[in-house]
Every structure is written in C-alpha cells, then in structure tokens.
Design a protein around this ligand. Structure first.
Ligand code: GTP
Ligand code: SPV
Ligand code: MN
Length: 595
C-alpha cells in the first residue's frame, strides 16, 4: 500500500496528515493510491470483518451490501455547522460556532479515537482530472466503507495528488466514525480554512466529504469568492431528432426527483421521433462562465448516491441499470436466498428470507414493517448508466440553456412556469419551499422554505449567496440561461399525485426548451409566465385530460399571497444582507397578486 513518500512531496499535505495522525492516534496509516489491487484488498477485508457483505457475484458482480447504525441513516442538519470567524458570515440559516471554539470542543472527541484502528488517507479529485474547474480534497477516515464509496463517487488516489502537485489548494477533511455516538455527532465546515471535520457518523452525506460538505458547502463559498457557482443541481442534455443537444440544470431539494429527472426516459411519442435524454449529473453542478460568455456546468462527482425506495424498472430504468455492477447498497433489504437486494417499490416480490435495514430477519410476505430504510441508497458508478452523456467528463462542462427550480408542493406551485427574467428567476429560487423528506433526520412532510434547494448546503450567508446569483446574472447578460420552476407533486383532495411524473416530465421540459428557443407561447400571470394547457403535449397520455392540465396550471392568488407571508418571514431574518432587489421583487409580486 502506498506510503506518503512515494505518493507526494507536497509538504502541506504531509504535515497535515501528520497532525491528524498525532490527534487520532491510529495504529496504522494507509495512503489510498487508488490501485485496483489496493481496493480489492480493502473489499476483502471489509467482507472478512462483516462490515460489508458480498452479494451474488453472477447477478451483481462487484456489489456489496452494508447497513449503518440505526441512529445513523440520514444527514443531521441540526448537528451541521458553518464555522466562520464572524457569525453573520454564516448567516441566519446555518448553525454557527466560532472556529477556534469548535476545534477546542471537537479535539477531545478526535483525541485517540483511532487507537487500535487503521486510518486511511484518501486523496480525491472533484471533477474530471485535468479540468481547470476540478478541485482536490483529502479525506482521512477510519472507515473502509467510506473509502470504497469515495472510490465510486469521486476520482481517488494518485491521480488526485498528481493534479494537486505542490499547491495548497486542497480541502482538508477529517472524518472519524469514532463511536457513532449520536450525542457527539458533528458535521463541521470551516470555509475560511478549506477544512471539514466530521465525527461520529458513518452515513452518506455526513461522511463522504467530497459530496455535500465539499462540493456544496465549501465549494459554494469558494464560488462566491472566485466568481462561479456550486449548486444542488442535476445536469441533463435533451437531444432533438436532428441531433442538437440542449443542456438544463435543475435544483430540487433532497429526495425530490433530481436523479429521476436526470435519467428520464422519454415517453414513446418522443422516443419514436428520435428525442433522447442524456445524464450529465444527478446531484451537484459546478458552473462557470465560459469564454463565449455562456454558463457551463460540470458534474464534480463520478457516481450516484441515489435513493433506493421507489426505484424500479419503470420509474427509473437507467438508475436501476446503473446498480447492476460495482455498486454499494446501504440500508436496503438483503435477500439471503440468492444474495441480492430489495427495497420497497422495486417489485412486488419481496424476499421471504431477508435481512432488513436493522439487521433483523425479515419476511416481506408477512412483515408489516418496511424492510428498507426510506433513505436507503445505492452508490453506483456514473459510467454504468445507460444514459450517461458522451459529454459527462468534458473538462469544460456543458453549456446551460435553462435552470429549473422545483420542490414538493401539494398545492400552490403549478406544473411549470417561467420567470420574467434572471432577477425574477433568482427571486423564484429564493422563495422555493418543499415538504421535508427522509433524506435528513427529523419530521417528514412539513413544508419549509428551501431556497435554491440549498438551505442545508449553503456554506455562507444566504443573503450574500442571493447577491452572488444576481451578480452572476449581470455578468451573463443576455447569455444567461432562462429560469423556470416546476412541481411534479400537486395532489388532489385525497392526496394522490395529479401529474404522472417521471418520464412524462419530458412534456414540461419540452415547453421549457421551446421557450428558450422562442418557439412557444406563454401566458403572463402574477407569478410568472405559464404555458396554456394546450401547450403541454398530452399525446399518448391516456389518463390525463386537458382539464387536469388546466388544474395543474392554475394559480390561486389567495394561496400565493398567504405564501408571500412565509417569504417575508424568511427575508426578514437577513436584515441588511438581504439584496434590495429581492425585497422589491417580493413587493412587486404581492402587488400583482393583489390586483
Ligand atoms: P437526493 O439524492 O436526496 O438529492 O434526491 P433526488 O432529488 O435525486 O431525488 P430522487 O430522484 O431520488 O427521487 C426521490 C423520490 O421522489 C423517489 O422516491 C422518487 O420515486 C420520487 N419521484 C421522483 N420523481 C418523481 C415524479 O416525477 N413524480 C413523483 N410522484 N415522484 C417522483
Ligand atoms: C441529499 O440528501 O441531498 C443527498 C444524499 O443527495 S446525501 O449525500 O446524504 O446528502
Ligand atoms: Mn442531494
């Protein structure tokens, strides 16, 4: 296994790893070079110790199953901190503590926490290696599970250190599972120091430090300082029958449909004509202004950490196909009969001889309890995805025509609408709200404001973040992507979804792109420009009538005025840091609604 001297001569890297080693006191330090031999040895070790279980190697080659501690199955937003020197720089929507005070508080938890264990030093690159927009991080961890997940989600090993060279521009990520003690679990970002400290968790977004901690919380701060954007967005390409591809990004809160939209399979009417959807990314977009003045996006990740429940052949064929090899399944049901996996919504054939996410024997035919955790996930290599875009590793990224915001709203938000312009679009993103999901610990189904789907992920004051969005719009001028809002989750009085969603979301996408190309009509309403019901193509959609679409597109001014009160409450928290532009956008919208 690699040792520091043959992997890097970067003194900052070596000194930092030395300091972490002194603090955590592992018995052994292993540098991850990323070679297949090294990774295979780690897989074998994790299987031997029972940390992970090898699945059926004929049906699911290279696949592993893992369950986390019962109290450790989702992100913990109440234990997530942004530690900037000044509290106002973290802003009213983040937990904050003074960086020195936080370090003093956490050091005793890290002190000696790896005694008797091995520490893995994992260098990784976010973004294609060699891209001018990629960035390097190093994660120290006591978890093989973390290393193996990072191998799928990022580009790990020697190539990341090679990209870094002697530079000091790397994110120092110190993770320790320690005792998985819920009471002492902390996910802490130090944006001003390029550092992340995560302790007492072994779950996804808390511990795969390249993902939410770096690629969103730290990177959003870097983007603000450096003039680019790090967003909680999928990236997809829509190809027309002539072979022209237009790219779209979409920001929806956790478990609100990014992976599904990114991997959409067009309905037959479009497929027959030759339309295709290409997946570039399913969770995070880093966006820069290109030489031609347009906005370009790269996917900083190399894999998908996707929601398992509800994923099936029909709802998301491409995601399911992505999980057929070299995938790690976390907190789903293990089928002991053939060593495969199962989750609610996969098929109607749950195993009788299963192990549930709590590690208990589970019989899907008789059990009244769920077998998979609602936030159970698969970690799958992006390269496995049948719809992966030929451009997904383009070092320059792909040019973006439209940005889509969206969330889960049972009422209020219509199926789709367009903002009047960029500034109004920033306003539309800033007033996003959505019902909470199982992706974070806490109550599910409660409406909360989640601006740009970044509430849990913005690494600085969200007032400054909104100003940054406005500034980017100024720079982009008339080359700025058009901004839209969608809602796949309107329900009827019995609580059933009205819109079929999934592949049929293509029908809304088609209107969106037609608007970008000045090829579609729209009707101005107080909240933005909506399609007429007849502008949504219903060909081949037998269950949806034009009246249903009318209902999906209805705007209830009274409901929106009520909603404006919630926006005002959010805005009020920002005081002077609220961009004046947003306050006047809200006032103007209220005026239009009251007319
Ligand atoms: P994160 O990985 O947490 O950021 O989530 P995500 O935004 O990628 O969400 P994902 O695509 O995994 O979808 C989450 C849940 O929403 C799944 O249970 C899906 O089945 C469901 N879902 C996705 N798209 C639709 C849709 O168009 N309509 C309905 N009704 N449900 C959907
Ligand atoms: C999310 O919660 O938005 C996710 C999963 O994508 S996690 O990596 O846990 O943040
Ligand atoms: Mn996400």
């Amino acid at each position: 296994m690699g040792n520091p001297n043959d992997m890097t001569t970067n003194v900052r890297v070596i000194n930092w790893v030395e300091a972490v080693t002194k603090l955590c006191q592992p018995d052994k330090v292993v540098w991850i070079d990323g070679s297949e031999a090294q990774l295979k040895a780690l897989r074998d070790e994790a299987i031997a110790t029972g940390e992970m279980t090898e699945l059926n190697q004929e049906k699911l080659p290279g696949c592993l199953w893992h369950i986390t501690a019962q109290n450790d199955v989702a992100r913990v937003e109440h234990r997530t901190f942004i530690c900037t020197k000044k509290q106002e720089d973290a802003g009213p929507t983040n937990n904050w503590m003074d960086p020195d005070a936080m370090r003093e508080k956490l050091k005793p938890l890290y002190n000696g926490c790896m005694k008797g264990r091995t520490m893995y030093v994992t260098p990784y690159c976010m973004g294609p290696v060699g891209s001018p927009f990629s960035k390097v991080g190093i994660e120290t961890t006591d978890s093989i599970y973390v290393v193996l997940n990072m191998d799928i989600m990022t580009r790990i090993g020697q190539r990341a250190l090679d990209q870094l060279g002697d530079s000091n521009d790397f994110v120092r990520g110190m993770h320790a599972k320690a005792d998985i003690d819920e009471e002492n679990r902390y996910i802490v970002q130090f944006p001003e120091d390029n550092a992340i400290w995560s302790i007492n968790s072994g779950y996804g977004g808390n511990v795969l430090l390249g993902k939410k901690c770096f690629a969103l919380r730290i990177a959003s701060y870097q983007g603000w300082k450096e003039g680019w954007m790090a967003e909680h967005m999928l990236i997809l390409g829509l190809e027309d029958p002539d072979g022209n591809v237009q790219y779209v990004t979409g920001a929806f809160p956790s478990a609100c449909g990014k992976t599904n939209l990114a991997m959409l399979i067009p309905p037959d009417v479009y497929k027959k004509k030759g339309y295709k959807v290409w997946t570039v990314g399913d969770d995070i977009a880093w966006m820069h202004i290109g030489e031609d003045g347009r906005l370009y996006a790269i996917n900083p990740e190399a894999g998908f950490f996707g929601v398992a429940p509800g994923t099936n052949e029909k709802s998301n064929y491409n995601a399911l196909a992505s999980t057929k090899k070299n995938t790690i399944f976390t907190n789903v049901v293990l089928n002991k009969d053939d060593m495969t996996v199962w989750w609610e919504g996969l098929d109607k054939n749950p195993p009788e001889n299963g192990i549930d996410w709590l590690g208990r024997p589970w019989n899907g035919k008789t059990s009244t309890e769920k077998g998979a955790n609602p936030n159970s996930r698969f970690t799958a290599p992006a390269a496995n995805c049948p719809s992966i875009s030929p451009e997904w590793e383009n070092p320059q990224g792909v040019p973006i025509s439209a940005i889509i915001f969206g969330g889960r709203r049972a009422k209020t938000a219509p199926l789709v609408y367009q903002s009047f312009d960029w500034k109004h679009g920033v306003f539309v993103g800033s007033i996003m709200a959505s019902e909470t999901t199982a992706a974070a610990a806490g109550a599910v189904g409660v409406v909360r404001r989640d601006p740009m789907a970044m509430l849990p992920f913005c690494g600085y004051n969200m007032g400054d973040y909104w100003q940054h969005w406005l500034d980017m719009g100024e720079k982009l001028g008339d080359k700025a992507p058009k901004i839209f809002n969608v809602n796949w989750f309107r329900t009827d009085d019995e609580g059933h979804f009205i819109w079929p969603g999934f592949g049929d979301n293509m029908r809304a996408l088609m209107w969106i792109l037609a608007r970008c190309n000045s090829e579609a009509e729209g009707v101005e309403t107080p909240i933005g420009t909506l399609p007429r019901a007849e502008d949504i193509n219903l060909e081949g959609l037998d269950d949806v009538t034009i009246d249903t679409v009318r209902e999906l597109l209805s705007v209830d001014n009274a409901l929106w005025l009520e909603d404006a009160a919630g926006c005002e409450e959010l805005y009020a928290k920002f005081g002077k840091r609220l961009p004046a532009e947003l306050a006047s956008q809200l006032a103007a919208q209220k005026e239009r609604l009251a007319k």
